[in-house]
Ligand binder design. Structure first.
Ligand code: PPS
Length: 304
């Protein structure tokens, strides 16, 4: 049963914050760790498209853009189900009463579009064996941190974030779910030299959605009329997606996502970190950043 229907049933959700385990040194929920052998053995198909991101880097936004492209801009078709149902989140195990991401992916007819937050070394090897296309989206570390902090506050199954100061340190140390932001973005950056990966940046999509959506079109070998592209740009902008009940995560039970603490579609901007970082935190972050990003050609914009 789709999640949006489950919500209507008003079940008595036994909601607890996830405990954290590890797979090859990467913090993941205990539920993911318990199912790891199955996740690793997932059988990708050549026409699968994988949308990969570090959590809070613009996954949902990219999912909506891709679905709109695949539906030739048909907004009603895109509203056939929630983001969560349309593009299974392969490693995710939300609740014992619900099908897992793997269950959903396996039940889905091809061509499938799937979501993951896994660092590149943990992506099931069949994706590479089948030469699948992957769209990776990266967001600057500071805004990504702020978004992740608020998500931990509103998502009642994420590990307890602690105070802003505590979460800030955990993020720098890579002690958050899916591990270090640095290793994630750098790992995928390297991998793009080897596999069919389109590497995009949140900041670029924000600044020039037309140009970035055209890159996706090209990557997917699709061609759309200008009017259709205009429509996609319109429907995937933050203000419109925020009010789309099939994309704004209000389809989840509020025992899990409590939008009154902080909405899932929170701000959708570049540079909000300036409203959160103290001067001392910024200095500390910059020093860590310099150390961790030394030797990579990968660069980010922290403001537009
Ligand atoms: S998740 O839970 O990891 O899948 O979250 P994810 O979708 O990656 O990230 C959520 C952040 O993306 C913002 N968002 C958008 N920004 C700009 N435009 C659009 N259309 C859009 N849709 C979602 C969302 O608001 C979260 O960022 P913050 O900074 O918290 O607002």
């Amino acid at each position: 049963m789709p999640l949006e229907k489950m919500k209507e049933l008003k079940l008595d959700w036994d909601v607890k914050r996830f405990e954290v385990g590890e797979v090859r040194g990467i913090p993941l929920t205990k539920e993911i760790c318990d199912k790891w052998h199955k996740i690793w053995a997932f059988q990708a198909k050549p026409d699968d498209l994988l949308i990969a991101t570090y959590a809070k880097a613009g996954t949902t936004w990219t999912q909506e853009i891709v679905d709109m492209i695949q539906c030739d801009g048909d907004i009603e078709k895109c509203k056939r189900a929630s983001t969560y149902e349309r593009q299974p989140f392969i490693e995710w195990v939300l609740h014992k009463t619900l099908p897992t991401g793997l269950d959903k992916a396996e039940a889905m007819p091809s061509p499938r579009t799937l979501k993951t937050h896994l660092p590149v070394q943990l992506v099931p090897p069949s994706f590479w064996e089948q030469n699948c296309k992957v769209i990776y989206v990266a967001r600057n570390a500071k805004d990504n941190l702020v978004s992740y902090y608020h998500f931990h506050r509103m998502n009642q199954v994420m590990p307890e974030p602690g105070t802003w100061e505590e979460f800030f340190q955990k993020y720098i140390d890579g002690k958050v779910l899916w591990g270090s932001w640095y290793d994630h973005v750098k790992g995928w950056w390297e991998a793009k030299n080897k596999y069919r990966i389109l590497y995009l940046f949140y900041e670029d999509i924000k600044e020039n959605p037309r140009c970035e959506i055209q890159k996706i079109l090209h990557f997917l070998e699709k061609d759309l009329e200008k009017e259709v592209l205009d429509k996609i740009i319109h429907y995937t902008q933050f203000e419109v997606m925020k009010d789309n009940p099939m994309a704004n995560y209000t389809f989840m039970p509020q025992e899990i996502l409590n939008h009154s603490i902080s909405p899932f579609m929170r701000k959708g901007t570049v540079g909000d970190w300036k409203n959160h970082f103290t001067v001392a935190q910024n200095e500390k972050f910059d020093a860590e950043y310099k150390k961790n990003m030394a030797g990579t050609s990968l660069t980010f914009r922290m403001e537009l």
